[in-house]
Design a protein around this ligand. Sequence first.
Ligand code: CU
Length: 220
Amino acid sequence: MLGGLGRTLAIAAMLLGPAALAGEVRGHVTIRLAGSAKSDRSGVVVFVADQPLPPGRHADAVMAQAGRQFSPRGVAIPVGGRVRFPNRDSLEHNVFSRSPHATFDLGRYARGPGKVETFDQPGVVDVYCNVHSDMVGHVVVVPGPWAVTKADGTFAIRGLTPGRHALVVWDRLGTPAIRRTSVDVPAAGAAALDLALDESAAEEPPHANKFGGAYRTKSY
Ligand SMILES: [Cu+2]
């Protein structure tokens, strides 16, 4: 009797499984910049803070060092994901972070495939080069389903359970850079979300070198 019930529940769970994750958010961001609308709205990360990622989901990212900058300057990866930092310049670079949830130093290295770092704590990790003080990158380590906006500002997050979800929006140069909102995901169809961001006051804050001190020169 109970065995039969258990089997019935198991079958029901199997049938419900995919449907229970059918929720979706489709959104669109606008960004105000110096009094007008910014045309390239790519690179804004939107993630769900209250639903874990499905197990076994891996996604790695690449942040190159090219033209004395990190490129792209921001990447998003799930908790446990890895970022490769290839050096595409003809001069040596370094990658380090003093962020409390990801402190590392990949040393100084020449052009080539670069090095890989694994990020196992959620949060925004600021990465720098100890050789060039104006190189700034950000690794957004997300705990739940996420999306990155395209140039036209659109994004879509799929695989959500229906109901109210907490969302976090990260815009590298936004004021504020991190904002929180919520969205009601319907059982069928997608929730629509419009976000108005502001980069008018955007400026990368100064940072210390890997020893916590000042850079010797602007770049050398
Ligand atoms: Cu560098």
